[in-house]
Design a protein around this ligand. Sequence first.
Ligand SMILES: Cc1cc2nc3c(=O)[nH]c(=O)nc-3n(C[C@H](O)[C@H](O)[C@H](O)COP(=O)(O)OP(=O)(O)OC[C@H]3O[C@@H](n4cnc5c(N)ncnc54)[C@H](O)[C@@H]3O)c2cc1C
Length: 445
Amino acid sequence: MTHPIHIVGAGMAGSEAAWQAAQAGVPVILHEMRPQVGTFAHRTGDCAEMVCSNSFRSDDDVNNAVGQLHWEMRAAGGLIMTAADRHKLPAGGALAVDRDAFSADVTAALRAHPLVTIEAGEITALPDEGNWIIATGPLTSAALGQAIAAETGADALAFFDAIAPIVHADTIDMSVAWRQSRYDKGETEEERTAYINCPMTRAEYDAFIDALLAAEKTEFHEGETAGYFDGCLPIEVMAERGRDTLRHGPMKPVGLTNAHKPGEKPYAVVQLRRDNALGTLYNIVGFQTKMKYGAQTQVFRMIPGLQDASFARLGGIHRNTFLNSPTLLDDRMRLRSRPQVRFAGQVTGVEGYVESAAMGLLAGRMAAAQALGRDLLPPPGTTAMGALVHHITGGAEAKTFQPMNVNFGLFPPVEAKSGRRGRKDRYPAYTDRAKQDFQVWLSAQ
Ligand SMILES: Cc1cc2nc3c(=O)[nH]c(=O)nc-3n(C[C@H](O)[C@H](O)[C@H](O)COP(=O)(O)OP(=O)(O)OC[C@H]3O[C@@H](n4cnc5c(N)ncnc54)[C@H](O)[C@@H]3O)c2cc1C
């Protein structure tokens, strides 16, 4: 008799994990606290409730990384994608769904599965034994959050994300920007050139501050703000405190010499720091923001050197419980200090319905393999699912770790046949390679 897998949280990740494990023949007990215990964002007691938008984003599996992730989840028999396809609404190239019908369908499929039992109630402690998946999401209940923080140390569990925008490195204009660490600090050449710097004249700085102050901002949800102001002020709030606040803070020009114009002292400097081991992504240092996405793109492209920047993700500040996964989880998504516990979904530091469900799919398969006495390796980093799990469990910089959407910047670069490939050719090359490698991974199970 195989012991059941316990899954905590019947959201995007927990529902998918339960389905995958049960389909592999392993009994599952799925613990969900709603509707007895609610959150500020959920409305129902259904599984896989969409708390805000009703979109799974682009369904283009050739030119878009999230579309590729859809493809992989469909190939792996994912419940979330099956239900999404059944309740699809017209939305151009996006996969939008009828949210109530979608959640009702996921709930019914899980309730009807002979190996799935849904148990109502909040789990408040980490288990000492068994085979568990914690998929309690960005709004993990306070009691369980405290239990996780006690296990991991408070610094390794965040209750808010403060996301600075992340830029694809190959879209930064290096004829304007230059590489240098402040005061050339560092033991090695790599450390001394770890940052990319974008210089501003006084006129450029003034125009930037004006645009920042005028930009449209998003409001916090009710009940969302407690504790957020500790050490992560949005840049627009800093700008409101005084026109020079940013110039004396994250945009201070000291210890830096413009490599293109050594005789000219910049009035302010925007710094970007490497965000992944591959060196394909850079975050704008200290630029967490509540500006609306459209406004962010316009305002950040005013920064000299970023005029053509393409953003892997835009900034934000949200209520979001998530682990410092690069330090806490192994590559099988297990807590290093308590390997009977896996984590899945947004709490692992991915962002979005699709990414969360994908991490649930992997965790469910890995937990089932373990229950059956096997070991399942993560998919290769060349696939969308593999790129994401490699990023959170090791590829990301642990010190600056913030939640991440799937994007091509997480994939190892494709071999260019001659010179640098244009984006138009590169995207299909990424997704072709991903499809082949994902099939190999799937068929080996
Ligand atoms: C306000 C808000 C708006 C968002 N908008 C979007 C959006 O528009 N698009 C998007 O892609 N993503 C959005 N997200 C992110 C979204 O929450 C995730 O993408 C996705 O829902 C995460 O899936 P998950 O399974 O990890 O967590 P969830 O879907 O939140 O599921 C976690 C489940 O665990 C349960 N739970 C929590 N603690 C316990 C406990 N101790 N015991 C038992 N059960 C527990 C919860 O009730 C919940 O059902 C938003 C998040 C928030 C907070």
